[in-house]
Design a protein around this ligand. Structure first.
Ligand code: 5GP
Ligand code: ZN
Length: 120
């Protein structure tokens, strides 16, 4: 399933350029256009689902693949440790309604769940 007015579906289709760092048959990983840390990569399924909960219901294997891909993406940037974050719903800061994981690393990060970063 794709959504014609979805920016991440456009990236999957190649209509909008992205700095792709890793990909598989089912997932795409590219650098966030507005990075919050030295490493800030988004991992998305190629298929359109509005958030991770809907993705997990429809394609549970994809969520496991995202966790494994996060490790690969972090390793490509030389990071051992990283945050893996799914903002879910507008009240939690979700702005793009195509399921995506943030992989964030490389700076000391404030709090255990925030995407806010502070200098190392
Ligand atoms: P959310 O706030 O929905 O969890 O995360 C959406 C993320 O997508 C934001 O961090 C934002 O910077 C990023 N983003 C939005 N549009 C684009 C784009 O066109 N290209 C890239 N690479 N990132 C984008
Ligand atoms: Zn989409």
């Amino acid at each position: 399933m794709t959504s014609t007015d979805c920016i991440f579906c456009s990236i999957v289709a190649g209509g909008i350029p992205a700095d792709v760092v890793w990909q598989s048959d089912t997932l795409l990983a590219f650098r966030d256009i507005n990075p919050l840390a030295q490493t800030h990569v988004l991992i998305i399924p190629r298929s359109h689902h509005r958030d991770v909960v809907e993705l997990a219901a429809a394609e549970p294997q994809r969520v496991a693949e995202i966790a494994a891909a996060a490790r690969e993406v972090a390793t490509l940037d030389g990071r051992d440790d990283f945050k893996l974050l799914f903002n879910t719903g507008p009240g939690a800061g979700q702005t793009v309604f195509h399921a995506h994981a943030h992989v964030i690393a490389g700076e000391r990060l404030r709090g255990s769940s925030s995407t806010e970063s502070v200098p190392a």
